[in-house]
Design a protein around this ligand. Sequence first.
Ligand code: FAD
Length: 317
Amino acid sequence: MKITDHIKKANGKTLFSFEIIPPKKGNNIQELYNNIDPLMEFKPPFIDVTTSREEFVYVEKSGLLDRKLTRMRPGTLGICAAIKHKYNVDTVPHVLCGGFTKEETEYLLVDCHYLGIDNVMALRGDAMSHQKYFEPNKNGHQYAGDLVAQIQGLNSGKYLHDVIETDHKTDFCIGVAGYPEKHLEAPSLQTDLKRLKEKVAAGADYVVTQMFFDNNKYFEFVKAAREIGITVPIIPGIKPLAVKRHLQLLPQVFRIDIPENLINEVEKCSTNAAVRQVGVEFAIQQSKELLAAGVPFLHYYSMGKSDNIQAIAKELF
Ligand code: FAD
């Protein structure tokens, strides 16, 4: 079922959802199931599965470092199919511009369609670690909006290179990313919002936000989006802070602010278990306020172990 239909069906009730990351290759899917199992009692209508682009890994060979380009966390679509089959829940694969050609994207979307996957999240992906700026593959997309247009093309029965004519159309519901504190490369929040509006005009049906810790940033973002005519649902993404290192890492990687009161509480902690508890308590308060504001979903970034998401969901759902 489409995410937008889940929202309609919920009739104003806030629903629970979460995102998982495929395990590193060489691991078993059972570990993933062990982390999903405890979250299923909260009845998520959908689970997002991230996609990682290829990266350079360094392997020591006869005292020298050998550089290899590889995808360390493959299997997004396989995991989506496995979870859908095992738990009878909608799964949302993340589809990236970075690392893929338009043809590869088309094949992936055809597979999604055959697997009965109704939703896809269209994202650009980040620059690779050795690149200063994002560079698309030769014959890949530069921006998420171009990828949305390709998916929307399939929804109109239009395949690449006009090689076929068909009345059979896909019907993907398309999600895109939004940034309450602006995307790190955007010159201003207002410009970033205009880009978001373009993604919606290209066919995006809903937005999931980057993590944020200050709800006012989300409320202001939604207000500003509505003011420029973005009418699709905007789902807040929430990440419970889990280790002390997040105080530096999250602002550095995602260019987001962490509120003073959360920083103070984390700094008082002498163990990461205590930090995890602070993260859970903060996320519960944050979620309660969002729930009271009537958000369509509370969408959690689980990043592996799910005990903290379970503790939060227990208080809310
Ligand atoms: P875009 O919408 O293309 O925007 C990128 C930048 O370009 C922005 O600054 C925007 O303002 C600007 N821009 C957009 N269109 C134009 C245009 N036409 N002309 C000029 N400038 C433009 N990354 C992964 O690798 N895998 C994942 O699974 C993944 N999942 C994510 C899930 C969510 C909910 C979020 C919020 C992010 C996720 N990301 C993921 C990270 C994402 O790929 C990065 O944030 C990336 O840098 C931007 O992706 P985007 O889709 O927002 O890009």
